[in-house]
Ligand binder design. Sequence first.
Ligand code: SAM
Length: 259
Amino acid sequence: MSDIDWGQGTYETTAADLRPAARELVKAARIQPGEHVLDVGAGTGNVALLATELGARVTAVEPAARLREVIAETAGARDLTVVDGTAADIPLPDGSVDVVLSNFGIIFAPDPAAAAAELARVGKPASRILLTSWLPGVMGKLVEIIAGTVREVTGRGNPGGPGIDWHDLNALSALFSPHGFEVTATTLELAITTASAEDYWETRFANHPLGVTTFPLLQRAGRLDEVHQRFLQTLADNWTTPSGQVQLPAQYLLATAVR
Ligand SMILES: C[S@@+](CC[C@H](N)C(=O)[O-])C[C@H]1O[C@@H](n2cnc3c(N)ncnc32)[C@H](O)[C@@H]1O
């Protein structure tokens, strides 16, 4: 889904959901004052802003123009530089970064090997890379209801090709070890709660950049209502309380690559 403009719609609601994971990522990075921290796929700046509070000099790389504006506005006078770029194309010199962080960002890179090489290039010889990625389960199941139907309608695979399993430690080791990194990982859980299944659909998918991009396509193909019903039914069958509240236990991997 690399060809999606994440500035469309309202990404801010999801950014708020992901903030606890951003806190875990920043905590695990053990950032020292004065270190140069790079936030890749920074979104609205969840990670970048937290890193500035620890005295780091921070660069946020984000391809979506509107989200870059959101970060810059929030940053105010903090030591935070916002730049246009992608995981595979970062406008920084070789060996200039101490810590690379990516909260569910680099996982959207269409060419993982190129992204890993670029992170290795901008990193200092003793740099570290920490990233988060969804484990199969809640998010995969919900996104697949939409993505699977989009594939049926368009006859195309996921944009950007097959990619890699970013939640698989072996895949991450294969990706980063050619650049001298050793990878370890831990599993964590993010709790997301909404008042109802319809509320979750509306606030987390219909207005999300992925929904804004794909729902018109599903609508034109006459499939949107069916996808909507399947989505609500999946929430009802798995993650809805007797009072109708949605409670998602979304597990994710926090991986650390050190060299
Ligand atoms: C799920 S959001 C995560 C945003 C943010 N890290 C957070 O914690 O909320 C994914 C972000 O990755 C960005 N992105 C998409 N493709 C990318 C790529 N190839 N390289 C870097 N970032 C990318 C999107 O623009 C979006 O801001």
